[in-house]
Design a protein around this ligand. Structure first.
Ligand code: CLR
Length: 385
């Protein structure tokens, strides 16, 4: 019998959903899932997880040496993992199936300037619907820090779990006081979604991800779950090595959803037991029709209220509208234009930094931000008094 996480009336549809996943590989977003597992949040909101500790993001700018900069980037990165991979369990009770964004869907937000850390701004655009690809740009202009990336997934099924290979990468750029820039190529871990049978899915991370700095410093982060080096879930070990060296200059170990420490000094490295800061967005009434929370508002309300009839009717409307739009474009011989990003076939930063730690594949595409959005509160601040 399927597990406790599944409401009695949905057990049958959960079993058939699991069967359809098992015999399917590719784009999970297109599979119809039973209501209890639906999330009212679209994937375009997920890039906000990168900056829910804005002070750690801002603190990267305070580094004086290349080594220290790499340590701070690693610290910020590890501190984002809890939000990225466990926050739906905390907020919604389990991992859930996010809303599948439409082409052109947008999500804007910011984290306010508090205590001189500077404001951090977020621009997200759904740049492909099939397969789903989300592009994002996050910037703290005061501190001269930018993060640009895109996210897609390839899924497969193995041993009762969904395996998610993350496609895409992120590039963090830091403006240096001498006018130069330091770049960091960030690759992403592999996910395993466990707990499916019981109807209470959760994510475990596995394998290795990297942060390669243009200065030569490299972080190699290994992820393990229950039964590996510590026997605990959500374990990681990160080794930071100097340019042209494979020896560990610093090694950190711990739980990415709790705390970690420097293994030789015992000093605390990351601590995400302290609350994070959710992104600030404008009120839904002031959003454009393309903005995620406005676009999905009735679907999301239906899901939240347990009114799945309304949710699926409203979802159907959005999907039909999308299909019609694609047909109209085809008839007119027109192509959908991205609003905030430009697609490039191969990313020169990925190629250059990827060479230093031999990435596979040797090249990847990227979405380059067009710098054509004025963040809300900055716009207000620029108004004459
Ligand atoms: C998106 C990019 C973020 C990190 C992240 C976290 C959770 C992932 C999500 C990404 C992609 C979509 C995802 C989700 C967990 C579940 C969901 C893989 C990688 C799939 C599509 C839904 C599976 C359905 C079951 C939960 C039933 O930075």
């Amino acid at each position: 019998q399927v597990g406790e996480g599944v409401p009695a009336s949905q057990k049958g549809s959960w079993t058939s959903f699991l069967k359809s996943i098992a015999s399917f590989s590719g784009d999970l977003s297109s599979l119809t899932a039973p209501p209890f597992i639906l999330s009212p949040i679209s994937l375009t909101e997920f890039p906000a997880y990168w900056c829910e500790r804005p002070e750690l993001f801002a603190a990267i700018a305070a580094a004086v040496t290349e080594e220290d900069r790499s340590i701070r980037v690693l610290k910020w990165f590890i501190s984002t993992l809890k939000g990225q991979y466990t926050s739906r369990n905390e907020k919604l009770g389990s991992e859930k199936k996010p809303l599948n964004p439409v082409l052109g869907e947008l999500f804007y937000g910011h984290w306010p300037d508090i205590n001189g850390r500077g404001q951090t701004n977020l621009v997200v655009e759904q740049v492909s619907h099939h397969p789903p690809i989300t592009a994002y740009y996050i910037e703290n202009p005061t501190k001269g820090i930018q993060l640009q990336g895109h996210s897609a997934q390839k899924t497969s099924f193995s041993g009762g779990s969904i395996i998610v290979k993350q496609i895409g990468h992120a590039v963090l750029t830091v403006d240096l006081p001498n006018g130069g820039k330091e770049e960091f190529l960030i690759t992403l871990p592999r996910l395993r979604i466990d707990g499916l049978w019981y109807g209470s899915p959760y994510i475990e991370l596995s394998e290795t991800s990297y942060i390669q700095s243009s200065s030569g410093w490299l972080s190699t982060i290994e992820y393990k779950g229950k039964g590996y080096f510590s026997g605990k879930s959500h374990t990681f070990k990160a080794v930071l090595s100097a340019p042209h060296s494979s020896a560990a200059a610093h090694t950190y170990e711990g739980l990415w959803h709790m705390t970690s420490k420097n293994i030789s000094t015992g000093e605390l490295f990351t601590d995400v037991t302290v609350p994070k800061e959710e992104v600030t967005v404008s009120p839904v009434e002031q959003m454009s029709e393309w903005e995620s929370r406005r676009l999905w508002r009735y679907v999301a309300k239906g899901i939240r209220d347990g009114d799945f009839e309304t949710a699926s009717r409203e979802k159907g409307k959005i999907e039909n509208e999308q299909r019609q739009r694609r047909r109209d474009e085809q008839a007119a011989g027109a192509k959908w234009e991205l609003k905030h990003f430009e697609h490039i076939e191969s990313d020169p930063i990925y190629e250059r930094l990827g060479k230093l730690f031999k990435t596979t594949p040797p090249t990847e595409d990227a979405y380059i931000y067009k710098h054509n959005y004025t963040p809300l509160s900055a716009a207000l601040a620029n108004q004459p008094a």
